[in-house]
Design a protein around this ligand. Structure first.
Ligand code: ATP
Ligand code: MG
Length: 445
């Protein structure tokens, strides 16, 4: 993309209404625009990152064997009356009446809808296990929408639902989700720590929230610092291997890590004192096993091996796709702007032309642009007639991981400059060598 043809409405001033850095940077980098409280338009740059995050979520869910579908945002109240949640949900639910006077709602989550799909189409235990998921807009009329996309009213969420014959099978689905979430967040350059959370009215031990540590996080968390040394990495995983998935769960959830809802001071005090941490975190996901709550209420049974109707065991598993963008920025920025992890960056590399209109510099930039594009990468070429300082400031603000700077002086010596956004380090390289390095970073060799 050439910047002169793009729509990147960066702001010079720091918007006063934004209280946390990710919100400020998303506004300044022209990624979002508030349309009303907690509701945002995703401008081109923000939309690109949102799609990149979404793609990673899709890939990791499907790798785990989970099946994508798409359910609507507007739901009929009748389904929620069946589960009893129409009255329980309270003011967070946006209730709508259609022209025929029917009660509708903008879905805050989808347990009822997906259970209805399941009961309509699945009759036998032989069709299990089954995990369906979608990535869809949700609406929760939050009392205090704030921090930009972090706590929106309309937000984008991946929610998945497993259907299993037995509790044991459903717990394997739970473990599969835990593993797939670890991989998902790591691919986004994030460390998200599974922490034991509150099961709410259903209770039980089977819920974990994934938290990204950040001072601006809304949750108070307590953990053994040894959990921050864990990483999933690129180890092989067989999602059908029950023992292997269980092993990962144990590895990642045995050390003390809890949100304030389940915090237990006595247990925490058993952690060696120098490893006890009290901090704040951003909830970027939650997994949940809830047994037969919805299948009982809504009659979702299958014919079991004994021929009798058996209610299915279910769980639901959410990832805050739009909130993740804020979380990534909270975890990765400096005073000049965003520093995108390579896994989600909106453009793979920036090209800065120091002397627009100089025949040689223009040709060299065009050539870099063409070659990056041919590799399947997306460059953003700042081809404006602007001072170098202004171009650098824009690139730093929008946070592309790599910048190639091209100017007549360097070209005389046959070099361009390749700069890492993260370290700020630059090296002079022949254009081909710079391209080879970027190709290798993105696995395009
Ligand atoms: P919270 O405690 O932050 O209100 P929740 O526990 O009610 O969230 P879940 O039902 O677990 O949310 O939803 C799954 C994920 O969706 C959360 O882990 C979070 O990342 C994201 N999420 C929830 N509410 C919002 C919101 N208002 N804005 C943006 N993302 C949200
Ligand atoms: Mg939650």
């Amino acid at each position: 993309m050439r910047l002169t043809r793009y729509f990147l409405p960066v702001l010079k001033e720091t918007p006063a209404e934004a209280q946390i850095v990710s919100h400020r940077l998303m506004l300044r980098a022209g990624m979002i625009k508030q349309s009303s409280a907690g509701i945002y338009s995703w401008l081109p740059l923000g939309y690109k990152v949102l799609k990149n995050i979404e793609t990673i979520v899709h890939e990791e869910q499907q790798r785990a064997g989970h099946i994508p579908l798409l359910m609507p945002t507007l739901q009929s109240a009748d389904l929620w009356r069946e589960s009893g949640r129409y009255d329980d949900y309270g003011e967070e639910m946006l209730r709508i009446t259609d022209r025929h006077g029917r009660d509708m709602l903008y879905g805050p989550t989808n347990e009822e809808l997906v259970t209805d799909i399941f009961r309509s189409h699945v009759a036998s235990y032989k069709d299990l296990p089954l995990t369906l998921y979608h990535i869809q807009w949700k609406f929760r009329d939050e009392r205090r929408p704030r921090f930009g996309v972090m706590r929106g009213r309309e937000f984008y969420m991946k929610d998945g639902y497993n259907f299993d014959l037995t509790k044991e099978d459903a717990l394997h689905a739970y473990n599969r989700h835990l593993v797939s979430y670890l991989r998902t967040y790591e691919r986004m350059g994030l460390q998200a720590i599974p922490m034991r959370a509150d099961g709410g009215p259903i209770g039980g031990d089977y819920t974990h929230e994934f938290l990204v540590l950040a001072e601006t996080g809304e949750s108070e968390v307590f953990y053994d610092s040894a959990v921050t040394d864990l990483s999933f990495g690129d180890r092989a995983i067989d999602y059908d291997d029950v023992a292997q998935c269980q092993g990962v769960l144990q590895e990642f959830t045995t050390k003390y890590a809890r949100t304030d809802e389940t915090h237990d001071e006595a247990l925490f005090n058993e952690v060696p004192e120098d490893r006890r941490r009290v901090a704040r975190g951003i909830e970027v996901g939650q997994i949940f096993y809830f047994g037969t709550k919805y299948s009982d209420a809504m009659g979702a049974t299958v014919q079991g091996p004994d021929g009798k109707p058996t209610p299915v065991h279910m769980g639901s598993h959410g990832i805050g796709v739009s909130r993740l963008m804020g979380a990534i920025i909270e975890a990765s920025h400096d005073d000049k702007g965003i520093i995108w992890p390579e896994g989600v960056t909106p453009f793979h590399a920036g090209i800065v032309n120091l002397k627009q209109g100089d025949a040689e510099a223009d040709a060299a930039c065009d050539n870099l642009y063409a070659q990056l594009t041919a590799m399947g990468l997306e460059p953003l070429y700042d081809d404006r007639n602007e001072r170098a300082g202004g171009k650098f400031a824009t690139m730093d603000l929008i946070g592309l991981p790599w910048r190639i700077t091209v100017g007549p002086r360097g070209l005389k010596n046959g070099v361009v400059e390749l700069t890492s956004r993260k370290t700020g380090e630059s090296e002079e390289l022949a254009p081909d060598a710079a391209l080879a390095k970027i190709a290798a970073i993105y696995g395009k060799t």
